[in-house]
Ligand binder design. Structure first.
Ligand code: CO
Length: 200
């Protein structure tokens, strides 16, 4: 684990390197923010949006929370979505889950308490809705993986029903909502094929 001094030293080295590669890099960023992507991902330290996608500063607007959820009732998430869609004019919202998600596991096993339990309530309900199908899977690992995927699909659906997204689509603003999942085990992203481009 790097200590604080090492972090600042690494930052200076990074800033110098960026300036070397592209002398106008920071000036450009100061003058505008025009990302095409909004990333809604898990807070998990192993799933850093920019690093796993190769997207540079300025290219992705990021919201992360435990278990990458986007309920209509979450002011934090909805404010991010509104700013990204209405002010930045992003074209793609990516909900990216990941296998091995601790938040999803807590919902699966029913072990969370207090704030954490309230936070993942939607995933507990999702688990209950799919209890029959989940019971047919081979083992707990398979159930965990499937619930991670189902949670992504559920959040894509949640977003498609949010006021901000419905308003954007009714204005004719091009806006796609994608569901992806990331495997910590091999670093590979997968598109779950649930992209929505309109209310239909
Ligand atoms: Co997670």
């Amino acid at each position: 684990m790097p200590d604080m001094q090492e972090i600042f030293a690494a930052n200076r080295a990074w800033a110098d390197r960026m300036r070397e590669i592209d002398p106008g890099f920071f000036d450009q960023l100061v003058n505008q923010q025009a990302p095409e992507y909004l990333w809604i991902g898990c807070s998990d330290s192993r799933v850093p949006a920019n690093q796993i996608t190769g997207l540079q500063p300025g290219e992705v607007f990021v919201h992360r929370n435990v278990a990458n959820i986007a309920p209509e009732g979450d002011l934090n998430c909805q404010a991010v979505v509104q700013y990204a869609v209405e002010v930045l004019g992003i074209r793609h919202i990516v909900v990216c889950g990941h296998y091995g998600c601790g938040g999803v596991l807590a919902a699966l096993t029913g072990q969370a308490t207090g704030h954490a339990r309230r936070w993942i309530d939607g995933i507990v309900k999702l688990r209950d809705r799919h209890a029959g199908m989940l019971a047919t899977l081979a083992d707990d690992d398979a159930r965990h993986a499937r619930l991670c995927e189902l949670n992504v699909v559920e959040q894509v659906r949640n977003l498609s029903r949010s006021q901000v997204v419905r308003d954007a689509w009714s204005r004719g603003q091009p806006l796609l909502i994608h569901g992806w999942i990331y495997a910590i085990a091999d670093g590979v992203l997968k598109d779950l094929g649930v992209t929505l481009s309109g209310p239909e």
